[in-house]
Design a protein around this ligand. Structure first.
Ligand code: PMT
Length: 222
């Protein structure tokens, strides 16, 4: 029996890896499959939430009952997230967002001759822009992909981005993290560190939503 304990929430979830065009046929991407974000979307929907899933390209089937917004680049993801933010009572940022994009993508296919140097510029930080634009009471849960159990760096990310919590996963462990069906994490809030041991992404999603409810008990919805 699923507890429909998220019926009062509209959860905006991002998933997948954004793609930044290099030229009309090539892009800069990453190994995110979208599985973590889609597992969160499906679990939140089962618990009665309205779910808005902003997704970069994935090979996954759309989770039932979720409103899906498809995007490709980090800038498109940011625009979609900010457009839907006023409806959201919670935001979970499981997407792997590009940190850099081409300063100027080539208008025609780059030819293969000699070496090639790409000039990149940083993308906007979506979590930060969400924290700045949110209504009070909108919970923001970020993710951190770290090499090794680097909780110090993740804590610094949590504070710098101003999120309510950050889910830290070690993406250097074989069989966990990117593209796998399993994951393990530590959820950091400003005052707590909660170990979320290895499980399926489906189970981990449920644990993250349990912690989101715990945060909700401290922060009234507006
Ligand atoms: O999709 P899967 O194959 O299931 O893999 C899941 C996952 C490993 C991608 C996921 O669990 C995960 O860790 N997602 C976050 C990946 C990431 O971009 O981490 P980061 O440490 O580089 O960024 C920290 C946070 O800032 C993230 O919430 C990210 O969405 C956000 N960010 C990053 C860059 C940017 N320009 N804007 C952002 O908002």
């Amino acid at each position: 029996q699923v507890q429909r304990n998220l019926a009062a929430e509209t959860v905006l979830i991002t998933a997948g890896g954004t793609r930044e065009p290099i030229d009309p046929v090539r892009f800069l991407g990453n190994r995110s499959s979208g599985k973590m974000g889609y597992a969160l979307a499906a679990a939140a929907q089962r618990r009665g939430a309205r779910v808005i899933l902003v997704t970069a390209p994935t090979a996954l089937a759309t989770p039932e009952g979720c409103e899906v917004v498809r995007v490709t680049t980090a800038a498109e993801m940011q625009a979609a997230v900010l457009a839907h933010l006023p409806e959201a009572t919670a935001v979970i940022k499981a997407a792997a967002v590009a940190d850099f994009r081409m300063k100027q993508a080539a208008a025609t296919k780059l030819e293969r001759k000699g070496s090639l140097t790409l000039e990149l510029e940083p993308t906007d930080d979506i979590v930060r822009s969400v924290v700045e634009a949110r209504r009070p009471g909108t919970l923001v849960i970020a993710f951190a992909a770290e090499m090794g159990r680097n909780l110090e760096r993740a804590r610094e990310k949590l504070l710098r981005k101003g999120a309510d919590a950050i889910v830290v996963n070690d993406v250097a462990v074989e069989g966990l993290g990117f593209d796998s069906d399993r994951n393990a994490a530590t959820l950091l809030t400003r005052v707590q560190s909660i170990d979320l041991p290895e499980s399926s992404k489906r189970e981990l999603a449920e644990r993250i939503l349990d912690e989101m409810l715990r945060l909700r008990a401290l922060v009234p919805r507006t």
